[in-house]
Design a protein around this ligand. Structure first.
Ligand code: PNS
Length: 159
């Protein structure tokens, strides 16, 4: 049983993230989508909101679990018996951060490998940061996020 943990902030989930989930399910037996309480960022959505929006976007897929986690990613991966940490790679700018995290995680638990999937070319410029910014100033984000996420973004920024 090959279990992959796909971690992220998902603030909010984008179509690029969903593309990685879909391809993760094709490559592994189970995918755990782990929503981090990321200490480095002040998120727009609560962990519960992010879990809900992911669950709604993924729908009824028995091989995918969406869950929030606290603390170190690698500890959570070991606890959940995931042998792979799955990450999407977009542009070159992602590489340094991803490279550092992958090596740090491997030092902490060599039995867990990090696997990168190249984000589909139609999504490679889409990031949660940009989506939040476009939505904040009233831009149309329909091409980048599922419709319920667009509605949730509008709800956050309507005031
Ligand atoms: O979607 P993001 O913000 O790029 O995801 C980053 C994430 C959540 C994978 C990373 O910040 C993380 O692993 N956070 C949990 C805390 C942790 O383990 N930090 C050390 C990473 S080597």
């Amino acid at each position: 049983m090959r279990v992959a943990l796909y971690p992220g902030s998902f603030d909010p989930v984008t179509n690029g993230h969903l593309n990685i989930v879909e391809r993760g399910v094709a490559a592994f037996d189970r995918v755990i989508v782990g929503v981090a309480h990321n200490v480095r960022k002040q998120p727009l959505f609560t962990p519960e909101e992010r879990v809900d929006m992911l669950r709604q976007a993924i729908g009824d897929e028995p091989r995918v679990e969406v869950v929030a986690f606290r603390g170190l990613l690698i500890d959570y991966a070991v606890k959940r018996q995931a042998t792979v940490i799955l990450r999407g790679l977009r542009a070159v700018s992602d590489f340094e951060y991803e490279f550092q995290m992958a090596h740090m995680n491997r030092r902490l638990a060599p039995e867990v490998d990090t696997v990168f999937m190249m984000t589909g070319e139609e999504h490679f410029y889409v990031s949660s940061n940009l989506v939040r910014e476009v939505a904040r100033f009233g831009g149309d984000v329909s091409a980048f996020v599922p419709s319920h996420v667009k509605t949730m973004l509008q709800g956050k920024f309507k005031s």
